[in-house]
Ligand binder design. Structure first.
Ligand code: BMA
Length: 374
């Protein structure tokens, strides 16, 4: 059924275009049971190809991601030449998914939020793409009205920056900046680099200005939809696949309460961190089941967009606790948060007590690092 809809839509679109309009690839062209349409009907071939690749990889296993993995790790910084990562140092291979942040780019800074030069991020993103990896960006957005960071919560910002609000033009400036950056990501042949874009994350929590304290569900949905419309329709940023990721929720109704709609989301995700064994097992079990059910109902891919156990106290945590929670669920990836220093890390570094267990985890046939997705 879906496949025939796909073809009918494709044919209708091709027939309705004049010859000059045709070159734009508007749909994922490989028939698949997942998604027949991207949020961006004019997604460029890089995004379409990435989407098709994700669909194909779903049956192979779960890709491992890590935030800013090759920019720094525990006790080291990128040396300007050799791409490495704590994951590579521990397992021998780079992860499959590489996490980044446009926070800082939105306010025109030379560096992104945690201190990496934007120029260096760009260089890594190009390397990742050239080497068959997948890049994802989140956005710890600065407040377009008062300039504060994401964590300074108030209940007026969102209503004032959406259309009709008095600061809408300030918001446009921010989206224009990140849009120009993302659209400008090109490979060595000048072809665009596809990005999994994950804005307005953890909105089911109350710690960001776009969270539950900051706005009503309708205001949130408008914020998301407006962001997509500016990027996709006004700025023609056509290399993005949109990922929705509330923080772990209590039930499906909560997951959907701020969901911006099937036409505005390509991949369903959630962020969930470890605080204790029981909490993590409960929260992960419940949220994996929620995105799996919704993903299957809606025909969308689903992923764990951020996770981790800061400081990894248990030496067998990855194989004994995490793996059973994610195995055989149909998740396409999970992304560990950043290895900032010995006080904040989510994957082991060389010598850390969970390092050999992490290697066993990544050696499992369904846990995919960079070589296994190429
Ligand atoms: C948080 C921590 C902070 C960091 C922020 C944005 O979870 O990692 O140290 O500044 O994310 O990346």
């Amino acid at each position: 059924m879906k496949i025939s809809i796909l073809y009918i839509s494709l044919i209708t679109l091709l027939l309705s275009c004049s010859k000059a309009d045709v070159p734009v690839i508007v749909h994922p062209i490989i028939p698949n049971p997942i998604n027949t349409l991207l949020v961006d009907n004019y997604a460029d071939s890089s995004a379409v190809n990435l989407f098709n690749r994700l669909v194909a990889l779903k049956s192979k296993g779960i890709m491992v991601g890590h935030h800013e993995t090759d920019a720094y790790g525990v006790g080291w910084n990128f040396d300007g030449t050799n791409e490495t990562s704590d994951i590579k140092k521990v397992t021998g291979d780079m992860p499959a998914i590489f996490g980044w942040d446009v926070s800082g780019i939105d306010i025109g800074n030379a560096k992104v939020i945690d201190g990496v030069y934007v120029s260096e991020v760009t260089r890594h993103v190009k390397w990742v793409h050239a080497n068959g990896g997948i890049n994802t960006f989140c956005w710890h957005a600065y407040n377009p009205i008062d300039g504060n960071d994401s964590w300074k919560v108030n209940n007026t910002t969102v209503k004032n920056i959406i259309p009709g609000g008095k600061n809408y033009s300030d918001f446009r400036i921010r989206v224009n900046r990140i849009g120009a950056y993302l659209k400008g990501l090109k490979d060595s042949n000048g072809k665009s680099i596809p990005i999994l874009f994950r804005p307005w994350h953890e909105n089911s929590g109350n710690w960001f200005w776009w969270g539950t304290t900051g706005c009503t569900p309708d205001e949130y949905k408008t914020l998301w939809q407006t962001t997509v419309k500016i990027l996709r329709d006004s700025l023609k940023v056509n290399n993005l696949i949109y990922v929705y990721s509330p923080n772990g929720v209590s039930n499906e109704a909560e997951y959907l309460s701020r969901y911006p709609g099937d036409d505005y989301v390509d991949i369903l995700g959630f962020d969930q961190y470890y605080f204790s064994d029981n909490q993590y097992i409960d929260d992960m079990t419940r949220n994996v089941a929620i995105v799996k059910k919704l993903g299957n109902d809606k025909g969308k891919l689903f992923a764990i967009t951020e996770t981790g156990n800061v400081g990894i106290k248990q030496s067998n945590w990855f194989t004994q606790q995490l793996y059973p929670l994610i195995q055989n669920k149909g998740l396409i990836y999970l992304l560990f948060w950043r290895n900032a220093d010995t006080g904040q890390y989510y994957v082991p570094y060389v010598g850390q007590n969970a390092a050999s267990d992490f290697k066993l985890f990544t050696d499992k046939p369904d846990i995919l690092l960079l070589p296994e997705i190429n």
